[in-house]
Design a protein around this ligand. Structure first.
Ligand code: NAP
Length: 259
């Protein structure tokens, strides 16, 4: 299917690995020029070079922490005039409700709520002026069904979800859509970190920890970054202009819900 977005330009935050990289690759495959970002420059430059050579698109890189005000300024300057915004950042650490202090909540809110809001505030006006734009926020299945050990993530991401629900309806008249993609378990470094927590806690091997978690998913496997990226590219396509303010689970059926 031709996604109809060849020649458009996208900012994909936190995109040197994992789900962000999946989104960057799928957009590049559709002919979209990119601004890619991550804190570490080695993987970022490596993936940017690979994408340029594989897809022939223009790729600009900005190595910085998107959750810092300085990092946001650098990325927003590089991304002026983009047609597509994919927000993403690392997820907060797991723990118990009784572990977290105010500072931990502020960090999580900054990374997983206020950072995507800052990017939308800065880049939506340019999209609205052009009468076309797409925003996809990478959130989590925890927005639909809480994951108890990820209380910081549950709290910050539901805040973002509430913000998007209203804002998506305010910008839709100008041809701009905002939607959230909710990953279930995907095979990335983040999943490895969570699996290693399970492996330590239960004193089992990483392989067994993975098999245990995969067995909880009706699809009986982890998702891939390529599948995730393809869904993101579709939401950014010309065909998705009537999808507004939605929260789309990509979880192999893992979240037990009727609707
Ligand atoms: P990942 O494999 O660990 O990749 C994270 C990417 O983001 C890397 O490129 C990393 O590069 C970059 N990054 C992290 N923090 C950043 C920051 N502050 N500023 C700029 N770049 C940053 O993670 P993932 O699995 O793709 O997860 C992406 C998001 O989805 C996370 O918020 C995660 O919590 C959420 N999620 C993931 C899953 C899953 O199963 N994978 C499930 C539910 C939700 P640098 O380290 O070099 O910065």
């Amino acid at each position: 299917m031709d996604l109809g977005i060849r020649g458009k330009r996208a900012l994909v935050c936190a995109s040197s690995k994992g789900l962000g990289l999946g989104c960057a690759e799928s957009l590049a495959a559709a002919g979209v020029d990119l601004v890619m970002n991550a804190r570490g420059s080695e993987a970022l430059e490596f993936e940017a070079a690979r994408i340029r050579s594989d897809y022939g698109v223009d790729v600009q890189t900005v190595a910085c922490d998107v959750t810092s005000l300085d990092g946001q300024e650098q990325v927003i300057n590089a991304a002026q005039g983009v047609d597509i915004l994919v927000t993403n950042a690392g997820g907060p650490p797991p723990g118990m409700w009784s572990d977290w202090e105010r500072e931990d909540f502020i960090k999580a809110l900054d990374a997983n709520m206020l950072t995507p809001i800052a990017f939308m505030k800065a880049l939506l006006p340019g999209m609205m002026d052009k009468g076309w734009g797409r925003v996809v926020n990478i959130t989590s299945q925890s927005v639909r069904a809480p994951i108890a050990v990820l209380g910081l993530s549950n709290a910050a991401r539901t805040g973002l979800t509430g913000y998007v629900a209203g804002t998506a309806r305010q910008v839709a008249p100008q041809g701009v859509t905002i939607n959230n993609l909710l990953p279930g378990i995907h095979a990335t470094d983040r999943a490895d970190a969570l699996d290693s927590g399970v492996s330590l806690q239960k004193n089992i091997s990483m392989e067994d920890a993975r098999a245990e978690r995969a067995a909880t998913i009706p699809a009986r496997r982890y998702g891939t970054r390529q599948e995730f990226g393809a869904a993101c590219a579709f939401l950014c396509s010309q065909h998705a202009g009537f999808i507004v303010g939605q929260n789309i689970l990509l979880d192999g059926g893992g979240t037990n819900l009727t609707m």
